[in-house]
Design a protein around this ligand. Sequence first.
Ligand code: ADP
Ligand code: MG
Length: 592
Amino acid sequence: MSEATDATTFTSSWVEGLVSSYSRLVAPVPDAYGVMSARSPEPGRVSVVIGGGCGHYPAFAGLVGPGLADAAVIGDVFTSPSAEQVHRTARAVDGGAGVLFGFGNYAGDVMHFGLAARRLAAEGVDSRTTLVTDDVASGPAHDTATRRGVAGGFLVYRIAAAAAARGYDLDGVARVAERANAMTRTFGAAFDGCALPGQREPLFTVPAGTMELGLGIHGEAGLRRVPAQDPTGLADTLVDTLLPELPAGTSGRTAVLLNGLGRTPYEDLFICYRQVHRRLAGAGLTPHRPEVGEFVTSLDMAGLSLSLLVLDDELADLYDEPCQSPAYTLAPQAAAAPPPTDAVPGPRPAHRPGTTTTPHTGDGAAGGVAAEALAAALAAVEAREQELGRLDAVAADGDHGRGMVRGLRAAVTAAQGAQPGDTAAAVGQALLLSGTALADAAGGASGALYGLLLTEIGGGILDAGDAPVTTELLAPAVDAAFHAVGELGGGAVGEKTMLDALAPFRDVLLGHADAGTPLATAWAEAARSATSAARATADIPAKRGRAARLGERGQGHADPGATSLALMASAVAGVLNDHCPATGSAPVPESR
Ligand code: ADP
Ligand code: MG
């Protein structure tokens, strides 16, 4: 990735290029970051909507078109799209027979797609979700549901879309998609890391003479570093890892996907495939319509992965369904011909130039205290954006700093548009608007969780009307928000997440509510305790979120979400001190 790429316009620019080059197949979703098939919606047919962060082309937007996905929702680089964007995209392609959502098993995607599904249900649109969990490196064989989704998603989406094209009803599409996922396994290796747009340093590096096994597709480093192997040796390693993972008693037809991660020569992929083919045949498996090429990349990562989908008659039949999309096409005659060798590998991802819109950076001057507080939080996070990214890159995808800046900019703008004022009603309303805007703009797990945090606090104080925002009013609202965030993320204190900073913050506020302490004083103390708790997360092994997949790797580094929470709380303390200084008010806490 070129460091000259403009990160702020990267996503909108490449999507614009995609829809202009492939307008014969796809169109932008009106008013959403999404791409839809030029033929969708089709009345009476189930729609398949896939999605996730970008940086994986052909996944997801290149896999949209007749016989493939009806639409892809597009998040920022390696960041889940927001619930709002998922909702708008699903509405755009719903033909009245319901929507099947397909995406990889990542906390942010699960939350945002889940919230969108709830909203659709309330509007009478039926949906089902298939979480892709093919990566054997990311969870134990006895608990495959905890695994993350990687390149095998391509196989699952193909099956789901084929069933929808054949006229299966929503339950039928969901059934075969679930089965395809249950029968798919992937394992991969990285030779070198990838760099985010506009950045020079890769998210991780692989020393010369070594490779990482079990990599993630968001720049997460692999689970194990081993001596480098040539493509043939690597084929043996991949097959040896996957064979014991396949469902017991498996023999016969198997869909095979040998996937390049963005910077691996096709020639190397074919050398690797040659040995994969021999080995599978030796194990009694028949490669069915094998595919070698780039399907789910990771920006410019060097490496590859092998996915196997054990087919039964129904899945094999569906896998032969013709389809057309910018990145993958199976012509009707090829579909009808006897297997195999008619693969059309997807094109290499084009270089993605940058233009257009720059997000508005607010200074907080236009709104009330909420806008000012959010602007201070934004400034604090902007100043530490790189560091938050680095903390996130230790064990996950490195997007936390950038996502928070994007989200907070939108939150500030939203709060500035609200009625100014320091009353509970004014602050509550501003927080409701800014929480929704933050979740939409930030995406990711933290976007969903921080968005909810703000809307819950806003909703909790709104009814107090013209009353001032006091510690007594705010503390229970923060407590309720803490519980809502725990519920949405399925997490608990002690798992190395933002909850570890939020819990002591909430505790201190609750303590002061009983004592009737002025808000500026109570908040400042709460922020101090969040700051030390965030620092202490360095000693906790990750149990939740993307970082959990790499277990011990994060040890010694603070959790990025806990760190950003403490930073923001400290920044807001300064604003409160100016707005409602209490006698003897505590000095603004150090944010480090
Ligand atoms: P993503 O994980 O989608 O890339 P970010 O990198 O922006 O999102 O945010 C990561 C942070 O979000 C983590 O450091 C953690 O504090 C928080 N987080 C992630 N998942 C959860 C969860 N399930 N519950 C609570 N906090 C979470
Ligand atoms: Mg992240």
